[in-house]
Design a protein around this ligand. Structure first.
Ligand code: SAH
Ligand code: SF4
Ligand code: F3S
Length: 515
């Protein structure tokens, strides 16, 4: 059997509608359940309206499925994936499974994967190899691959060919179908593959088991329509779909009532929030303006795309209160020519102008960014422009990456012509500047009193507590364990390169939101 025939033989059974309503709602997917993903289909952007499903419920017949069984999920990639893991964990618990943090004890292992760079993918393949002996020891073990890598044709083919220890592959648009997929995997001898290349609808009321009870992630939109030429996300996450404002506001209110202290709003390009509403003129600025009235101490968002960052949002953020003065604003490159072939749709000058506007409205704002070095054709001069922009903006921190070609993206067709040694050298030079500026930025806190949301014991020393400031600076200090989960004042005594050390002063009790 050749590869194509093998893929074709892995037909996934059509999902059984559990009631009449879902039969209607899911009907369009009956034609679009693929045996394997298709990048060609993932590129399409349909005009059809997004459906909102508010009646998610696990079919009763599955409720005992996890009895006496344990699940383990390993998560790679961005916060979006972390949050998807929280949803899948919620589904597992409703099915009666127990969580375990030991792979050896698990009856189901899920790899929630990231496709953003080649090395992210290689880690997953390496790990899948390690799971083979577990499977030999325990033939009942189910191993699943989900997340962004599952949306790639080449990955699914590679798993089919080389990793027969994998029992199921499902994508980012159908995690709510986990109960059916698990059921199918228990029943079937074949690998179960259910990846939808067309984006899914918005499913509300999914169960979630949040990590910790201090900080919470809240999706405000899914997908991305920006199609930056290097990026795989628009293919793995589908078109931009915003959640309705009321659903988001209700979720944040609930989190506030449950005692959460910080919410991070999630989307690949949160500044495009609301642009897909046909019946409503409502953007991220409007949403933030409503959320700032909720009695929760801190609200953040990630990630911002400079192109859609509008004046109204800046005006709202300048009101501060629970809206923190930290903005992650990926720039990718300081060269307008590079930005053009990356299809970022802004220039060095317009980015700097946006930074000036933000700084004027919020003088103490902390800006952080993402940068790619070694994009095809990047010259030394263009790289120097990135260094000079970095210093001109005075970023406090950055995630820096070597360009990695992703199959199916326009940049992958360009010649990857910057030699690896040059890429590595540029990354090193950039990181030196990043470290230097990070060290300088952090020095300004020396001697100051900062507000810290206490997350728990420090990873290095259980006698020390650790937490983050509004501007996301890590602070270590000694205090009674009772302050974990609270916002406290700390007097900074030492500024290191990446973190602050200080003396605990007191718990901040008055966290009323200023309007
Ligand atoms: N939506 C966010 C970014 C999500 S991906 C935004 O537009 O800002 C996170 C970061 O990974 C990107 O900002 C980019 O710096 C990096 N990245 C994305 N694709 C990459 C690739 N093919 N090679 C190297 N880095 C990449
Ligand atoms: Fe990728 Fe660009 Fe979308 Fe960010 S905005 S997820 S970099 S395509
Ligand atoms: Fe990776 Fe997918 Fe996030 S590719 S960065 S996990 S959206």
């Amino acid at each position: 059997m050749n590869e194509e025939q093998r893929l074709a033989s892995q037909q996934v059974k059509q999902p059984e509608p559990s009631d009449k309503k879902s039969e209607k709602d899911y009907s369009k997917y009956f034609q679009s359940v693929y045996t394997a993903p298709s990048l060609k289909d993932a590129k399409k952007r349909g005009k059809e309206e997004v459906q909102y499903h508010k009646d998610f419920a696990i079919d009763e017949k599955y409720l005992g499925m996890g009895h006496g069984r344990k699940f383990y999920i390993r998560t790679y990639g961005c916060q979006m994936n972390e949050h998807d893991t929280e949803v899948m964990a919620g589904i597992f618990l409703q099915l009666g499974y127990e969580a375990t943090n030991k792979v050896e004890d698990a009856n189901v292992i899920l790899m929630n994967t990231c496709a953003i760079r080649e090395n992210a993918e290689n880690k997953v393949f390496g790990e899948l190899g390690h799971f083979k002996p577990l499977k030999q020891k325990n033939p009942d073990l189910l191993i699943g691959v989900c997340g962004c890598m599952s949306q790639e044709e080449a990955v699914v083919k590679k798993i089919l060919k080389t990793y027969d220890q994998v029992d199921m592959i499902f994508g980012t648009h159908n995690i709510h179908r986990l109960p059916d997929i698990l059921n199918e995997a228990y029943m079937s001898k074949e690998m179960v593959i259910e990846v939808w290349s067309k984006e899914g609808d918005v499913i509300e009321n999914l169960p979630k088991v949040r990590k910790g009870n201090t900080k919470a992630w809240v999706n405000i939109m899914y997908g991305c329509d920006k199609f930056c030429t290097y990026c795989i996300v628009p293919y793995t996450r589908g078109k931009e779909r915003s959640r309705r404002p009321d659903d988001i506001i209700q979720e944040v209110r609930q989190l506030a009532a449950q005692g959460y202290k910080e919410v991070t709003l999630l989307g690949q390009n949160v500044n495009a929030y609301g642009k897909d509403f046909e019946d409503l003129k409502y953007g991220l600025g409007d949403l933030m303006n409503e959320l700032r009235t909720i009695d929760i101490p801190r609200i953040r968002f990630t990630t911002s795309h400079p192109r859609d960052f509008d004046d109204y949002l800046i005006e709202v953020l300048a009101k501060k209160g629970n809206l923190v003065e930290h903005i992650h604003l990926p720039v990718q490159s300081g060269s307008s020519d590079m930005l053009k072939i990356m299809a970022r749709k802004y220039t060095r000058e317009s980015y700097l102008e946006l930074v000036r506007k933000i700084r004027k409205a919020i003088p103490d704002v902390a800006l952080t960014t993402d940068i790619i070095v070694g994009f095809p054709n990047e010259t030394d001069e263009q790289f120097e422009e990135t260094l000079s922009l970095y210093k001109e903006v005075g970023f406090e921190m950055a995630f820096t990456y070597i360009y990695s070609p992703r199959e199916g993206t326009p940049a992958a067709k360009m010649q990857d012509n910057v030699p690896m040694e040059v890429k590595k050298e540029r990354l090193q030079r950039l990181n030196d500047v990043v470290n230097q500026l990070c060290g300088e930025a952090i020095k300004q806190y020396d001697g100051q009193i900062v507000e810290v949301l206490v997350e728990g014991e420090s990873k290095r020393n259980p006698n020390v507590l650790a937490g983050y400031t509004r501007k996301n600076k890590l602070v270590n200090f000694v205090a009674p364990k009772e302050v974990i989960g609270q916002i406290v004042k700390v007097q900074v005594t030492e500024a290191k390169t990446w973190s602050l050390q200080g003396d605990f002063i007191e718990v901040v009790t008055d966290q009323k939101v200023e309007l």
